[in-house]
Design a protein around this ligand. Sequence first.
Ligand code: COA
Ligand code: ZN
Length: 304
Amino acid sequence: MSEVITVHEVGLRDGLQNQPRVVPTEGKLRLLDALLDAGLQSIEAASFVSPKAVPQMADAAEIFANLPQDRGVGYEALVPNEKGYERAVDAGVTTVALVLAATDTFNRRNINMSLDEAIRVNEAVIRRAKADGIRARSYLSVVAACPYEGVVPPETVFDLAARMFDAGADELALGDSTGAGSPPQMAHLFETLAHRYGPERLAGHFHDTRAMGLTLTWVAIECGIRKFDSSIGGLGGCPFAPGATGNLATEDLVFMATEAGFETGIDVGGLRRAVAVAEELTGQTLGGRITPFLDSREKRRAAN
Ligand code: COA
Ligand code: ZN
């Protein structure tokens, strides 16, 4: 039996949060349906952040009230603080994702907290989640480099990872939020953390800004990591990270993982249909690097 790679779809949150056109709740649920039809089983559906900071996520509670619950899918929501945590729990969320940037400036720009304050808030929310029986995922963002402060020393990442695991985080996702990581740098981070905490507690979250998303995925796979975040059609870009483009595209990740002999349970044809829905909703031209190939394959098949 082949090994499994879990694809965690973040398009509905990381992807949509930066879109200038606010997508109505009904549209998000339609995109979600297309993602589920393609076989995705792990979905970050929304974030409970300030609607003033990110208007696109104002309907998070409504999204959670309408998620299909009969398809065995794991849903998660990002929360930046205790207020977000409380809103998420009220909405029925059972896995929360906390966000901690590796530098002081990035935390200030993203969540209006110093690094120290962000650490304390993350620890407090994780402890609360554990006491409430809620699963807690911790994102460490800008782990390779910060757009404001430059290269991040690996020791900083190791210290923050220890703080989050000590507080009770179930999983840690290393975020290369601006696509700035190099293969040796990311190998060092994943190798060290996999050795300390076990690869099954780690995930990779790569943005494809410098077309390194798949390369860094492979680096992490070689360190034993089997869970990766991606967004449909490469949708996204962080509003607080200048120059950052979208996440690694789900269809590129699934295609590569399948070619490498891993099982994902996801159908690239179904993803192609989900990309079309995302394009319609956002008015953007989307698609991973594999998209032109998939389209021409489809045409060849239709012609035969
Ligand atoms: N959800 C909704 N409203 C929230 C909230 C949350 N999680 N946290 C705070 N608020 C509200 C407060 O109730 C207050 O409302 P009021 O003006 O009506 O009294 C207002 O926002 C200001 O509260 P404050 O605690 O001072 O927050 P802030 O202005 O310092 O903003 C964050 C802090 C974290 C809420 C905001 O920066 C944020 O939501 N950032 C998220 C950014 C993001 O999504 N980044 C991408 C994902 S990593
Ligand atoms: Zn991201």
